[in-house]
Design a binder for this molecule. Sequence first.
Ligand code: SF4
Length: 445
Amino acid sequence: MREKCGIFAAKTENAGRKTYYALIALQHRGQESAGISIWRNKVKTIKGLGLVSEVFKRRRLGQLRSNLAIGHVRYSTSGALNEAQPLEASCCGKHIAIAHNGTLTNFLPLRREYEKKDIGIKFSHSIDSELLGISFLWHLKETGDEFEAMKNVFTEVRGAYSVAFLFEGKIIIARDPVGFRPLSYGLGDGYYFASEDSALRMFNLKIRDVRPGEVFLVDEDVESKVLAREKRAHCVFEYIYFARPDSTLNGVNVYRARYRMGVELAREDDFKGDVVIAVPDSGRAAAIGYSHESGIPYEEGLIKNRYIGRTFIMPGQFYRELKVRLKLSPVRDVISDRRVILVDDSIVRGTTMRRIVSLLKGAGAKEVHVRIASPPIKYPCYMGIDIPTRHELIAAWKSVEEIRKSIGADSLHYLSVEGLKRAVGINELCIACLTGEYPEWAFRF
Ligand code: SF4
């Protein structure tokens, strides 16, 4: 499972360069491409495939001089540069740069409607983000007012979108009315916005969440309005896996939420093993919570190779096994001859977990008991997270006992939906990939 994007926007001194540093802080939200658009009497965009540090070398950084900028990191399935963001689009005599995190649920029918309008709109990209910009410019032409235009966008466009537009020396920032994807606002020596507040902290700002349905217009000054109110549905997987542990989303610190998932997991479990270990780094906070609650000591039983990066792996079973061994190495002294409780955040296809269990048993573990700090993932996501098809999700087709057998564990336990909700501590969550109950607003079209 991968988050598809992270966004940033700022109006401040050296906004272009600051966007570069902020995108590095958001790199975990997308590693396939990065881009920055600045305003210098017109929109200028520099983007490319790869990590932020690969796309923006010293010479390119020199081209980012501007006090107004938006930026984007993206995980893209196609990897086409055409789809790297910020995207530029034109409509109604205006030109706009778009940085979007999320996925639109009514993209295709709405795009067809726009194409039928016969108003000379030419879509030049295949991805949904362009439609957001076109919808905004179209309604801006109709209403002549940025806030009125965004109000119409909220009425018309469904799905997940935290979005930044740059045009005519202004920035518009908006978060969809249910608040699927996170977005934070920082006020200090200028105006800053980022997918996660951890990307704002280095700038010494007063920070708060952008509210669902809230729109900011950054022109000479900043003005904000909440233009739509719907039942909120914050993506629970931001807490389980995607967001940085040092981020606070919708008032809840991600590390604390993960720690409490481990606490709840231990409360639902009566097994007493010898040692608790984590799949690094995704399972660590929950493993520590599990250990503290159960009283079973936590130790580092798997060491992650941080330098594997994009190492090319040859096809075939032997090399797939080798990849896991390159990535994760067991600490034999910690696990040998012990009943190991192995904690991770989730199981998607089950293949990685099967290899890790086998790795631990090969290194001498007496028993391996897998504990998962979230409920089984059974349904796809249509709101911006790259979850494999239902066919590939192991929990969509197998019972917990069948999954246990398939991964070779001695026992397997998942956190309950109720335990997860208690751990995050807010009720307004999207948990559709766990329960199949999709937030109504996203599909009301
Ligand atoms: S379906 Fe799952 S991954 Fe998608 S937004 Fe909802 S909670 Fe997040």
